[in-house]
Write a protein that binds this ligand. Sequence first.
Ligand SMILES: Nc1ncnc2c1ncn2[C@@H]1O[C@H](COP(=O)(O)OP(=O)(O)OP(=O)(O)O)[C@@H](O)[C@H]1O
Ligand SMILES: Nc1nc2c(c(=O)[nH]1)N[C@H]1C(S)=C(S)[C@@H](COP(=O)(O)O)O[C@H]1N2
Length: 169
Amino acid sequence: MSEKKVNKIKTAVLTISDKGSRGERDDLSGPVLAEMMLEVGAEIVHREIIADEIEEIKSALIYLCDHKNVDLILTTGGTGFAKRDITPEATLAVIEKESPGLTEKMRADTISITPKAALSRARAGIRKNTLIINFPGSPKAVRECLQSIIDIIPHGVEILTGEFTEHRH
Ligand SMILES: Nc1ncnc2c1ncn2[C@@H]1O[C@H](COP(=O)(O)OP(=O)(O)OP(=O)(O)O)[C@@H](O)[C@H]1O
Ligand SMILES: Nc1nc2c(c(=O)[nH]1)N[C@H]1C(S)=C(S)[C@@H](COP(=O)(O)O)O[C@H]1N2
């Protein structure tokens, strides 16, 4: 009898924050993303805090997609209207295909919690075998937004990578 091989989703978490990168504020949002993904059976293979600098963000995304072959990259921060917020533009510069439904769903599901959900310009998309999803910066926003899509991520990753992935509810 053959058994399906089930893989853990290899996940990288990038916190994009000037204050975090300078050590001026503890990063609480990266850990929220990591803990929520661990709870559903993913494997966290990379964690990093990066300043709101487009070239640094693009380099980190490209390295993780092209050289580390991660299945999933979750970013937090830099999606708003502040002058230095540049995460969506860095993401759009490196992805090959957009996946608008993921960020549409997170905004639609959480707008009843706060209308300010509409202020996040978060984007999502695919580069090679990797799905990249932006999240807003605050730990509260991260929790609300990931909760909205956490159950559909594994199916997307399965289709993208052609491998079955573990997911606990
Ligand atoms: N990584 C994080 N960890 C903890 N709290 C965060 C984090 N990112 C943002 N926040 C909180 O969310 C609020 C809004 O996020 P925003 O990204 O606008 O903050 P910021 O202070 O401008 O970020 P930056 O560090 O890039 O200057 C912040 O005031 C902060 O309280
Ligand atoms: N679900 C949810 N989305 C949210 C929020 C929130 O509290 N909950 N905060 C919003 C706010 S106040 C801002 S300014 C934007 C952008 O956040 P960022 O610049 O930290 O990425 O995310 C928005 N998205």
